[in-house]
Design a protein around this ligand. Structure first.
Ligand code: AMP
Length: 143
């Protein structure tokens, strides 16, 4: 059986404003912020505000809304980072590669011929994250 949603997970704390993040987008149902260990510059996480552990327990409408936000981020990252493509990833339970147990969608801007870094390999400098968040937020406003 799947464990219950744990309200003390790190993304729940970010949603409650108890921990900081480099926010790029927010509406009443979802937030998007930069991954602190990006697999490529501009790597963003889209997080629904509802208490959902992953794909198995999320309300389908909230999942659909998060997918819409991921699409916005993907389009904006082409303008913000000159991405030639975008990789979307979403992991469910430990066996599926999930580490943080609040549903999130990875949006990873990609350049032709440039491989992604391995997951959680390197913590990005806060000033680089801040600059990339600003670029992406500006591109989203222009979208
Ligand atoms: P996963 O659950 O496998 O999708 O992995 C969780 C992701 O969250 C990884 O890519 C981490 O780099 C990222 N991450 C962990 N803590 C934070 C944080 N405080 N802020 C932003 N991203 C984070």
């Amino acid at each position: 059986m799947m464990p219950a949603y744990d309200p003390n997970n790190i993304f729940a704390k970010i949603l409650r404003g108890e921990l900081p993040c480099h926010k790029v987008y927010e509406d009443d149902r979802a937030i998007a912020f930069l991954d602190i260990m990006p697999r490529a510059p501009g790597h963003t996480l889209v997080v629904p505000k509802c208490a959902a552990r992953n794909l198995f327990d999320v309300d389908p409408d909230e999942l659909a809304h998060a997918a819409k936000v991921a699409q916005k981020i993907a389009k904006a990252s082409k303008a913000a980072f000159g991405a030639d493509g975008v990789t979307i990833q979403q992991f469910n339970e430990s066996a599926g590669g999930q580490v943080v147990f609040h549903l999130h969608i990875h949006v990873i801007p990609r350049k032709e011929g440039v491989a992604m870094k391995p997951p959680a390999s390197e913590k990005e400098k806060p000033e680089t994250l801040a600059a990339n968040a600003q670029l992406l937020a500006a591109a989203l406003k222009g979208a």
